[in-house]
Design a protein around this ligand. Structure first.
Ligand SMILES: [Zn+2]
Length: 142
């Protein structure tokens, strides 16, 4: 079961790594190598597998960061949790500070915010900024 899962995950990782253009993966020998490690107790196969796993971790990390960046653009964690768009998109807190206010080329007022917990910077609308001020007042957040 574990072997089958690992094999499948490797395929997915391979696909993702290829998709994001993150480093080539060590040739694993796939299921045969696993069989040699697990069933035949093959030392050489085990060494190969370890090398392969170490490479996997590096690639996995790269894939993780890419996915994180992608999901950042699409998922607002704060809004996801409690429907408040003014909270930090990364950790969802309302403990955020306004860094600067500016007007876009289309004349819309925007507020550049910074999370005091995770230091994520993000931008909200004037309406959302008002909501934030109200929310902070109601919840006694400075
Ligand atoms: Zn945050």
């Amino acid at each position: 079961m574990a072997r089958a899962n690992l094999y499948m995950n490797s395929n997915k990782l391979d696909y993702l790594a290829g998709y994001f253009g993150i480093g080539g993966k060590t040739d694993t020998g796939g299921f045969d190598l696993w069989k040699r490690v697990c069933l035949d107790n093959d030392q050489e196969a085990l060494d190969k597998m370890i090398e392969y796993c170490e490479n996997d971790v590096v690639i996995l990390e790269g894939v993780f960061h890419k996915l994180r960046k992608l999901s950042k653009a699409n998922i607002h964690y704060g809004a996801l949790w409690d429907g408040k768009k003014f909270t930090c998109p990364e950790c969802g807190t309302a403990h955020v500070k306004m860094r600067k206010r500016y007007t876009t080329t289309t004349g819309v007022m925007r507020f550049n915010m910074k999370c005091t917990l995770c230091e994520t910077s993000y931008t909200i609308s004037g309406k959302q900024y008002q909501d934030l001020l109200n929310y902070k007042m109601l919840n006694n957040i400075k």
